[in-house]
Design a protein around this ligand. Structure first.
Ligand code: AMP
Ligand code: GLY
Length: 428
């Protein structure tokens, strides 16, 4: 089969790498890809990002299956575009992708279908939003409605921070996509507990869960500093016990798929529930994403033993029962990934630095590329999150040791990383 992978981050490198292990694969094209996919002998980068150009290219080149990595093309309707032309593609439609692209949509959806989440209200009017914060007090959480590349959420520890976040997010130039041209904020109750990333492959009412994971969103050790796209992740997440797992499927995943079906927007694609698990074992949804997490995908793919292409082919079959009958095999070891970031990430990352010390990858230790480009056999930085060094180990601790050993061999000017990825699991 000929496969088109849309995206160019670490998640897409990991998905393409895993898809490539399938005996069903003839060729994988990655659009636009990165320096890692460019250097891989079986992967071909394609300098296209526009959905119409991609669809025309897929038709002209006999692509059998397209897999979409990031949220932006999903929110802009790439799945609708491909399907209208009879192309097989794995991902949610534009309407279904609103679970991620609109916080107002996803919160209203959860309220309507009884899916556990923080109590909230929506505001367009700044004065009303400020009054609500004053009435509720801090800590309190302010979220921009539209996609904001990880910068749309402020967990305000005092009311001043919340007031500032409201003014910023309702302003015209906040770097947030305003749905229907209207700036809105969701203000919600602060939840305390431990977070976990819970992802499934879904097709209509059927879902198969992927291995659990935990991300580290803050820039600095001990969860200090600003939020980022994610500085490292590991799998599995011990906070998701078998009981919690069953509860998430029962209270979150299946009600979500059923609710989407009832609302006339059936969901096909990866579905990611960002969860808060509190001390009492209650599970609450912080957010939905309509894609895999980055960097969670990197450790998850290292643990997946089943054929990913077979899985996604099954998940795009009109017979959704096929997916419901699927069971996945996982490596029992842990996997842990450390993100190597560029100077000044997440604000204004510095790019164009040559990367040194990239060794040969193995099945047990992989350097997945994100913000990199290849030029004349050399690799240069081109984004904020540059690489994700990912290793397997018998324990989280061992996977951590191996990942850092490998990370310490890599260098580029301004490179920085967190030193404590996996600390919660190791502390347990
Ligand atoms: P989100 O994009 O909605 O997942 O939010 C980004 C991050 O903000 C989450 O990973 C949490 O760490 C934090 N967060 C979001 N909502 C809440 C909440 N209601 N209470 C506490 N922390 C939250
Ligand atoms: N790592 C968090 C995310 O992909 O949203």
């Amino acid at each position: 089969m000929k496969i088109l992978m849309v995206g160019g981050g670490g998640r897409e490198h990991a998905l393409a790498w895993k898809l490539n292990q399938s005996p069903l694969v003839q060729r994988i094209y990655v659009a636009p890809g990165n320096g890692g996919t460019a250097s891989h002998k079986d992967l071909t980068n394609l300098a296209l990002t526009d959905k119409v150009a991609l669809r025309e290219w897929a038709l002209a080149n006999g692509i059998d299956l397209t897999v979409v990595g990031p949220e932006a093309p999903l929110a802009s309707g790439i799945v609708d575009e491909f399907r209208q032309h009879g192309l097989r593609i794995f991902g949610p439609t534009q309407a279904a992708a609103q679970l991620e692209s609109s916080k107002v949509f996803s919160k209203a959806f959860m309220r309507k279908h009884g899916i556990p989440t923080a109590d909230y209200q929506v505001f367009e009017d700044a004065a009303q939003a400020h009054a609500y914060v004053d009435a509720k007090g801090a800590p309190i959480v302010v979220k921009a409605d539209g996609l904001a590349a990880g910068k749309g959420v402020v967990v305000a520890l005092d009311v001043q921070q919340a007031h500032a976040a409201i003014d910023h997010m309702l302003a015209k130039d906040a770097g947030v996509q305003h749905n229907q041209g209207v700036a809105r904020v969701v203000i919600e109750e602060f939840l305390d507990g431990e977070e976990a990333s819970f992802m499934v492959v879904a097709n209509g009412l059927a879902a198969v869960s992927l291995a659990t994971s935990q991300d580290h969103k803050r820039l600095l050790d001990a969860d200090q500093g600003p939020n980022t796209g994610g500085m490292g992740a590991y799998s599995p997440a011990p906070v998701v016990t078998p009981e919690i797992h069953a509860k998430v499927m029962r209270e979150v995943i299946f009600p979500t798929l059923k609710g989407m079906q009832q609302d006339g927007i059936p969901y096909t694609g990866f579905l990611y529930a960002g969860l808060m698990i509190d001390r009492a074992g209650r599970v609450l949804v912080l957010e939905f994403n309509c894609r895999m997490g980055d960097p969670e995908t990197q450790p998850i793919m290292m643990r997946l033993k089943s054929d990913l292409l077979q899985l996604l082919w099954t998940a795009t079959d009109p017979d959704t029962q096929l997916l419901a009958n699927t069971e996945l095999q996982w490596d029992r070891r842990s996997a842990l990934g450390v993100v190597l970031a560029a100077a000044n990430y997440p604000a204004t990352p510095e790019t164009g630095q040559e990367i040194r010390g990239l060794g040969p990858d193995t099945e047990e230790a992989m350097v997945f590329h994100a913000g990199t480009v290849e030029k004349d056999g050399k690799v240069f930085t081109s984004g904020g999150r540059v690489l994700c060094v990912t290793a397997l180990g018998d324990t989280v601790k061992q996977a951590q040791t191996r990942a850092y050993e490998l990370a310490d061999k890599v260098s580029f000017q301004g490179m920085h990383m967190r030193r404590d990825i996996g600390f919660r699991a190791i502390r347990r």
